[in-house]
Design a protein. Structure first.
Length: 150
């Protein structure tokens, strides 16, 4: 990896997002909790979600990841409240396509993931970038399943 590629990858905006992750307090009584780990780099993200009427009403996360994983978690946290499982799954799928298939940036409100476009060329970083959305999609699905059983 050339030094200019690293500079491009770790832009100032990515570092700003990584340094300012919202909603980092874990929830006391979440409807579901999911922990995801990237085996390649060891990054982990644990998310707690609470739902109300099918939408995320409360969210907390613990992020132990590289700057790219932290930036991804930061983007998610800025827009996660009020979202449905379908919206989270769409953002997840669009982000994955952006990274792996040269797809477009995810739709609003998740268009801030555009900051991670330079990571397309660094496949070894993709898993860390996907952790927060993967964990959130699973947590919302789990919370809905528990509500259906109640």
């Amino acid at each position: 990896m050339a030094e200019t590629d690293l500079i491009k990858l770790y832009s100032g905006r990515i570092l700003e997002l990584a340094a300012d992750i919202p909603l980092t307090n874990r929830l006391e009584s979440p409807d579901a909790t999911v922990k995801k780990r990237s085996p390649l780099c060891g990054s982990t993200v644990t998310v707690d979600v609470s739902l109300k009427e099918g939408r995320i009403s409360d969210f907390g996360q613990d992020v132990k990841a590289c700057a790219l994983g932290q930036a991804s978690a930061s983007v998610l946290a800025r827009h996660v409240i009020g979202r449905t499982r379908a919206e989270i799954e769409t953002a997840r799928d669009q982000l994955r396509a952006m990274l792996t298939e040269n797809g477009p940036v995810p739709d609003a409100p998740f268009s801030d993931y555009a900051v991670l476009e330079p990571a397309r060329d660094f496949r070894n970083r993709h898993a860390s970038i996907m952790l927060a959305l993967d964990a959130t999609a699973e947590a919302v699905s789990d919370a809905e399943a528990r509500a259906d059983c109640a």
